[in-house]
Write a protein that binds this ligand. Structure first.
Ligand SMILES: Cc1cc2nc3c(=O)[nH]c(=O)nc-3n(C[C@H](O)[C@H](O)[C@H](O)COP(=O)(O)O)c2cc1C
Length: 179
């Protein structure tokens, strides 16, 4: 299998731990994976875990010394980008073109002719909210591939849509998207 450069981005959801298994499998399968995360994602999984899995420091702070052009460099470097898990906040941020953090700047610097996948994960009310639904539609119209969510029990006790799609299915979607 040819080496594939994957920009794997995380935002601050309870489902962040599930992304670690996907990242691990991508690396084991020979793909080059660079992680990027919101500040809040690092409250759910540690930078040491993401760096340990990929062999590369996570990109988190656009003002970090020595990495001040990484929001452009990594957007160009990647063959495919994935945002998993995608929070309501980050989805709404991207749909409004806001570039206040590394995920927002990477998104604007990224050429959407390349695959960009979003795997939403959130409470069912947050998922069904018109703000979130309209942002997801907007992103889809821009060429982003929005993955479905699973229906099921949620960390808050609710039952409904918005659960992160199971990691094996996300892995398969990444493989399909790379063509
Ligand atoms: C324990 C906990 C779990 C959370 N899980 C989610 C989640 O699954 N999806 C979501 O959209 N927000 C979730 N949130 C809220 C987000 O972390 C919050 O909206 C945050 O501002 C998102 O920031 P980010 O998108 O920049 O990472 C959770 C918050 C806490 C405290």
């Amino acid at each position: 299998m040819s080496k594939f450069r994957i920009l794997f981005q995380l935002s601050g959801s309870i489902a962040c731990y599930k992304s670690c298994a996907i990242i691990s499998k991508l690396v084991q399968d020979g793909h080059e994976v660079q992680t990027a995360s919101t500040a809040n994602a690092l409250k759910f999984v540690g930078g040491a875990t993401l760096s340990g899995l990929t062999g590369k420091p996570v990109f988190n702070d656009i003002f970090e010394a020595g990495r001040t052009m990484d929001h452009i460099i990594l957007a160009k470097w990647a063959d495919l980008a994935v945002l998993c898990p995608a929070t309501a906040h980050t989805i709404n941020q991207l749909a409004n073109g806001l570039a206040s953090d590394c995920i927002g700047t990477l998104f604007l610097a990224y050429d959407l002719k390349k695959p960009y996948l979003i795997a939403p994960a959130m409470n069912q009310e947050m998922y069904n909210h018109p703000a979130t639904q309209s942002s997801l539609k907007k992103l889809q119209n821009w060429g982003v591939q929005v993955l479905p969510t699973d229906f099921g029990h949620q960390a808050c006790g609710d039952l409904g849509p918005g659960r992160l799609l199971n990691p094996d299915a996300i892995y398969e979607k990444i493989m399909e998207a790379r063509g």
